[in-house]
Design a protein around this ligand. Sequence first.
Ligand code: 8G0
Length: 452
Amino acid sequence: MEHYNIDQKIQEFMADIEARNPNEPEFLQAVKEVAVTVIPFIESRKEYSGMKLLERMAEPERTIIFRVPWVDDKGQIHVNRGYRIQMNSAIGPYKGGIRFHPTVNLSVLKFLAFEQTFKNSLTTLPMGGGKGGSDFNPQGRSDMEVMRFCQAFMSEMCKHIGPETDVPAGDIGVGAREIGYLFGQYKKIRNEFTGVMTGKGLAYGGSLIRPEATGYGVVYFAEQMLKTIDEDFNGKTVAVSGFGNVAWGVIKKVHELGGKVVTISGPDGYIYDEAGITGEKIDFLLELRGSGNNRAEDYVKKYPEAVFHAGKRPWEVKCDVAIPAATQNELDLDDARNLVANGVICVTEAANMPSTLEAISHFVEHKVLFSPGKASNAGGVATSGLEMTQNSIRLNWTSEEVDARLKEIMIGIHKTCRDYGKEENGYVNYVKGANIAGFVKVAEAMLAQGIV
Ligand code: 8G0
């Protein structure tokens, strides 16, 4: 009876969300993952039940959509679409990255902004949830084209952000170069030097360790997961996808802890390097990324002992730990089956929502340690939060200080997820733990602030 009621509540909730947000599959997927784990919790608490908390969290406080016109090097005019989703400001200013990628649309950014709210809550730092971006494709564009695009984008976005309002950062397609151009344009228009963006260069208010932070944080989190079954990274074989900033940080730290990363991947396929991606090969990833080709295959040209598998994903290799670090929905049920059949013990998400709902269920059914990106990759935004703190107090911390805080935050998030996610048989459901823990802090703040 009890179960019937809860299942019905979840179905009714989702039916309403689906009706309000048609044609937004990624957003619906992210909300469903949360609804399934959080609604039973809400219904067990008198103070939460009936307050429409999750309904409110699933509706952005503000959605800004704008035209971004710009001129290329040949004098041709282009029109892109820009977005900023201001999802939830209950616990702090909106905070979340800017993504420049042809796949960007309202659904993708709303899913990211929704996840961001829970993630930022988990970090314990005072940051609300937001996300933005454009369908602009930086690939193949010159420096000056990228600069003009960033200036056009910021000319509108600067009306809606500020260090106490909304603090964007980078994401896919937005790195140090783009952050510099965006920050420069904000400063020019608003005539103020403030910590309005994170991921800045060291010369103008950036934080040490920020480039490494997401990947390092993921590995600190995975280390804690392994510890729950008396394991560690020493001697473990690790499969990683992607070869961007996050994958790079992951690979550096896994290597430091004695593990061996054997794969990276790009949109073109994956490479398998049996000897392990170590030493100068790790630095080569930065070159690969900087080349603008976005091809994993180029790794094999430099290191012919590695094997390139065209059009495939790395989840078919035998590994102990899998760390998806590319993008959303890059690991489906078939991939999960392959990983489990090959004896994977731990899957730690580094990207945002890389696993489909079916893949997650498969891991959970097989009692594989599994953590959702909103918990395990929270070190990125947490370190951005530390950058905000340093900007506010006008001081720069050393690498050691930032890294120590990052590690402490990741250990804290792991403990929180464990406390909320531990099931009767002892298995830790990190999805449930992350969703409930992330929800509670935002819910408490929203309840205290009234219906606003
Ligand atoms: O630095 C950030 O706030 C940031 C940048 C890119 C992605 C994310 C994330 O949490 O997914 C955060």
